[in-house]
Design a protein. Structure first.
Length: 410
């Protein structure tokens, strides 16, 4: 595979950039700035104007070398998930994968028995960790692909392109990747996060999301003399759960099906609390789900007394689709860029949120494209070298399409 791309990737995964949930500082861990600072320097060494701000965001811009009025952006995050350690990553490169087990450290193995997807990569280059850490392809594959794109454009001035904006961000994995992202400074008309999974993945729809904080006030008395007096908060909370549609539960939903998820609960007879998350791609169904939750609380209050149940529902993020549709060319052009690279586009609804979703609501329409990474957030994470190459080719094709794109005609 492309040695430059592989070398970059291996260099980046060796740097620990694990982000930390609920940190007070930003970025959540200072070590992320080591990689981000390094990326900034590498961009400068390539002769690209690049800047890292105090939060650790790296912004860079490649001026157009043709007359073009569309400014295109690419974004990847440099942090890795706190789900599994990202310290001392020892990548294992298996070229010409034969379909068998890949032995890892400490007796572990990356096996098609557990991960049948591997069998579709026979003959390709599998890059994994040694099983003691995650690999960090999420999203250092995206970082390496974008960096190699920049290097290719810089070293081949004969490749014509419009303005290209690049950003590398911290803290995506702890849900704060866009907290201080400066959309204005970035200056793109439209962008892509390069943070997806396997070959051909293209995403521009995500969940609408809300959190419901439930509090049930009970009335605790001695169980021996509780008749007609006791209100057991635990039981009322269980009653609330029992009134939710039983099939709209993460375990039973996929694709475009939304759900109510009981994320945590705590309780005694006196008081019980619970946190639910509510998700649906469809905005109307999302609003209905929130309404239903409120109605259940009202019903229980009518039954047990006012203020017994309070449900505070707050929205977390929305489906970016509404914001992408007026810029659907970003999706259509990504599809044609894939087809040109011999890749079949696979449009899949994201069953979660992305930084691109938040950015889309801040005025930067931002679908997500594949990186060639699999099994993210785990010790069996791996990337496919040839798919990373295809990603690079797709990025180059997208750049090519947008050099001729006239935004005044949209
Ligand atoms: Zn990611």
């Amino acid at each position: 595979m492309n040695k430059k791309l592989l070398d970059r990737f291996l260099r980046y995964v060796a740097i620990d950039t694990e982000s930390v949930p609920d940190a007070e500082s930003f970025p959540s861990s200072d070590k992320q700035k080591r990689l981000l600072g390094m990326l900034c320097e590498e961009l400068q060494e390539l002769g690209v104007k690049a800047y890292m701000d105090d939060y650790g965001y790296v912004y860079a811009r490649l001026p157009a070398n043709v007359k073009s009025n569309y400014s295109l952006g690419f974004i990847a995050h440099a942090d890795t998930s706190p789900a599994v350690s990202g310290k001392d990553v020892f990548p294992i490169v298996t070229p010409d994968y034969d379909g068998g087990d890949i032995p890892l450290a400490e007796g572990r193995k990356l096996s098609p028995e557990s991960f049948p997807d591997l069998l579709s990569h026979i003959g390709q280059t599998v890059i994994s960790s040694d099983g003691r850490t995650l690999l960090g392809a999420d999203d250092k594959a995206g970082v390496a692909e974008i960096m190699t794109l920049v290097e290719t454009l810089v070293s081949h001035p004969e490749i014509k392109h419009g303005a290209v904006q690049i950003a590398f961000t911290p803290d995506e994995e702890v849900g704060r990747g866009t907290d201080f992202f400066d959309v204005k400074r970035f200056g793109a008309d439209g962008a892509y996060t390069v943070d997806g999974g396997g070959l051909g993945e293209l995403e521009y729809e995500n969940f609408n999301a809300a959190t419901a904080k439930v509090r049930v006030k009970g009335l605790s008395v001695h169980p021996g003399s509780a008749k007609d007096v006791m209100l057991n908060a635990n039981l009322i909370l269980m009653e609330l759960q029992s009134m939710l549609p039983v099939e709209q539960n993460p375990r039973y939903t996929s694709g475009y099906e939304g759900f109510f998820h009981l994320d945590s609960m705590n309780g005694s007879c006196d008081e019980a609390t619970a946190t639910y998350i509510i998700r649906d791609h469809d905005r109307d169904k999302f609003e209905q789900k929130k309404k239903l939750f409120g109605q259940i609380a009202e019903f229980l209050n009518a039954k047990y007394g006012a203020q017994t149940v309070t449900a505070e529902i707050s929205d977390s993020y929305y489906n970016m689709k509404d914001k992408i549709l007026p810029h659907i060319h970003l999706v259509e052009n990504a599809k044609s860029a894939m087809v040109r690279a011999g890749v079949t586009p696979k449009v899949v609804p994201i069953r979660g949120g992305t930084d691109g979703a938040r950015l889309s609501y801040e005025g930067l329409p931002c679908p997500n494209i594949f990186t060639g990474g699999y099994n993210c957030h785990g010790r069996y994470e791996y990337a496919i070298g040839e798919e990373m190459e295809k990603c690079l080719e797709v990025l180059l094709n997208i750049v090519d399409v947008y050099k001729d794109f006239d935004k005044s005609k949209k």
